[in-house]
Design a protein. Sequence first.
Length: 688
Amino acid sequence: MNENEYVKHFSELVELEREEQMRQHEEEMRRLSGRTREEKGRAFLKMKGKFLEIGLGGKYLVRFRKQNEGLTLPESEIEVGDIVLASRAGTAPYDADNPRGTVSEKTSYSITVAFDDAPPGFVYRKDIRIDLFVNDITFQRMLAALKNFKRLPGWRKDKLLGRGRRPPCFDEIEEEIEFFNAELNENQQKAVLKSLAAHDFFVIHGPPGTGKTITCVEVIIQLVKRGYKILAAADSNVAVDNLVERLDKHRVEVVRIGHPARVIASLRRRSLDYLVQEDPDYINAQALREQAYGLKELMKDFIVPEMRWRRGLSDEAIMRLASTGDAVRGIPAAKLKGMMKWITRKQKLDKLFGAARELESRAIKRIISDSDVICATNSTAGSEILKAARFDYAIIDEATQSTEPSALIPILKAKRFIMAGDHKQLPPTILNEEAARRGLNKSLFERLLQLYGNRIRVMLEVQYRMNEEIMAFPNKEFYEGKLRANERVRRQSLRDIIPIQESKVVNSFEYANEDYDEYEYLNRRPFLFIDTRGNGKDNDNNNEFRERVRSGSVSKENVGEAKLVKSIAERFLSAGIRPEEIAIISPYSDQVSIIRTMLQVEGLEIKTVDGFQGREKEVVIVSFVRSNKSGEIGFLRDLRRLNVSITRAKRKLILIGDSSTLENNGCYKRLILSAKELGAYKRVTVQG
């Protein structure tokens, strides 16, 4: 497609996704009661607000608690960094007049919300409702990036669209180079060298555990050493913080741009909001703001020149007429003088705020200019703060989780770009089916790889996470057998970190009729598939292992599998494995919810597969959920979700599923066959 078709195509898809997100949030708020939204974890009811202070960046911080003192907050999806709506009980929470804010802190008893402007007075009363909402600014920045795409030089647009006669160019690769990280393997070093030589763009293909972020950091440090200005970005705040943390250890002058609430506490000293507080111009700006707020408080005693008193008069006319001391157009002289006082102070107020903004802008520009690397999410790269900033390179980590319009935001601010990711793992999450079908869930990383192949790619082949038995199936299925386990991890097991007596036998699962000794579960095999086949019988007395759908939900759950997960997790914990070393994941959010209800252990993570991408644990337990007569596996058909599921564990991976359902897909059938061939397969039979 040409550039006009390209921009039109993706603009339409972004609008479709934007409308879908807004529609789903508003539809749920209309359809469900506040109580149901709270039960689903997407709202807090019966809250009361208390103003705390004006925090970093001039944000108004308001703390919300349950109006009945001492009540803990219910389980919720609302987390630090989320956008929320505040509304009064009995009103529509999605009303345009209700204030939006960002959650800056969350405890068991309260959440603190940062508002850009002073929120209306009702937020300080009782019976306030807080709703999880969507952030529209990201969509606006993607649309702006698409418009900016048209302004690129023709040769650059041609290469990005794959229609140019010349492929991406590379300079001569440096023969001798001193790597800052002496432990980089051969492929990682090759990826760094090719990145430095790239004249247009380059992609680093990093399968699970192969150290693509470490490689990105080396690329950044090498570029900084050569005097280049770098924008380092990723789609998520977590991925950006990973970059900042690693760069910080190398003492690179890095500045983290973004809402303070979305930056982990240990890195806030690298955030712009923290650094700017030491700047003299910013200190003066805050003094002017305090003066302005004091003046604004005094203005409450004056007459606001509302339309009913103006009688069509401009500010200048009111000022002129008030000085005569006469009544005009039926407006008493006292009213005119009162309005004149208000206008005079408003003009002074505007000057104070304007001067404060100018000083703050100067301080921010200086900090950005003096830094080596700016780190931000893709969306924040398009913020007003970075509007005028230009970079030599954009480095985008976890690039396969970014939609193409999202990746364009940082890319268009730089002359060249490097992307790191793995298109064999989960793509961007897209809610609108038409937008996904038309390609919004396909990353720029994947598209460029299809266009140019190995000319622009190095694949990292040594993985540092998984025991080689855990690695074996995904390696063969997704990576053509090219992965190799590093010597430090290839034979690692749980016996390296906990003492287990081989002869010790513990009780069987509380509802299973077979005994499994602790050694077999915790030691003998790094990988185990537990088959629940035959347990999901279609009768009222014994159907726990059949999948089911809650009323009003589109997700799925499997109570039998949830109980099995609970039993296995408790046995790992009793054997001495710390909760922080265990993760339980499932493709379905309702299964995650039911397991969280059954297994409330502090430090033990229970998440969806999508929410656990990029993470790792010593022990990972996966519940596949699907069990039905028709053999339907739903979105488990996206094998990238399977790849993520089975590549998170370091020492122990336990998969739980119904083979009679899963084996209807060829890949799952090969997975189960692989487990049987390894002797890593067990069938669980329920008593009764």
